[in-house]
Design a protein around this ligand. Sequence first.
Ligand SMILES: [Zn+2]
Length: 376
Amino acid sequence: MITVAEARARQQELLSDLKALVEIESPSSDKSAVDHLADFLAARLEHLGADAQIHRVSEFGNHVQADFAGVSEIKPVLLLGHTDTVWELGTLKHMPFRVDDGRVWGPGVLDMKAGIAIAMHALGLLREHNIPHAPVRMLFVSDEEVGSHSSRSITERLALESQAVLVLEPGQGLEGAVKTSRKGVGVYELKVTGVAAHAGVEPGQGASAIHELAHQIEILKSFIDFKRGLTVNAGLIKGGTRSNVVAADAWAEVDVRVKTIDDAELIDEKMHSLRAQDTRCKVEVTGGINRPPMERTEKGIALYRRAARVAESLGLKVDEQSTGGGSDGNFTAALGVPTLDGLGAVGEGAHAVHESILVDYIAPRVALLAGLIASL
Ligand SMILES: [Zn+2]
């Protein structure tokens, strides 16, 4: 067992790795930036004793896989995270890495570069103390913030070879609850085509795509069922050319969240059966559910209970929560592989200017993750 005090003794080293990770900016959209971070991380993981490899992809940044040998009769444990952030290059100028006021600040520090640093040092400690553990595989993907399109198949393949998946996304709230369920996420586009006309001279000749879209959005609202956690949000709309023209085109992008696989199928069917109310207009729907829900299953709960026992033996407490946000844990849980999410840093402000982590929670999270790995 790695104690919190032993983890704390390594905190300075962890903070210097975290500084390096944050200071290599890595927006999902900038391949060369994310690739640079992948190279740095692979070298650092090799130094910690891993066999590291880089999965090269063309459209997004490269993904890093690092395999740490362990007790060979046991199935590996997969630690899952991402190197990309939502922050554009140059953000460091106004949001520099700094340790201040009991927190570490910087772009991507919570979501989720601190999770990467925590994983590195949990493994580093297990090896330094010669604590036997299952083989550990780490996978850090480069496109999680933009839907994981190029990494999903790698994540799923490695998950299927593993006994459990531990996801290094931030814990929930300032107590760092872990996540046993996440909503599934879908994105749809509605393209409405109407008939243009002069709004003053011959309005009756036109069929407004914008008015039609307004109807459609009313229908979308009727799909919402907060009680069962099914939500629909028309987050983006566009359309028309001028106020005196009956609009020929309108468009919306819609975010859908579901708690269960059944609801995912149901809403997908409803979305694709949208039809124009005004028969002179046309409504085309594209898109679908891109992350299945991570349902709260027996396997996930068992993994949570194990983490809670490890926490207790360290003198810590860790709660369980669910969230509406998706992660790559959604994919692995949907395959039936026991998945526990939110084992990364504790803080607040993911994707916001006050993004920060609590320094006091770093060592407890390292010790918890190390203990959980050793228990598997
Ligand atoms: Zn994240």
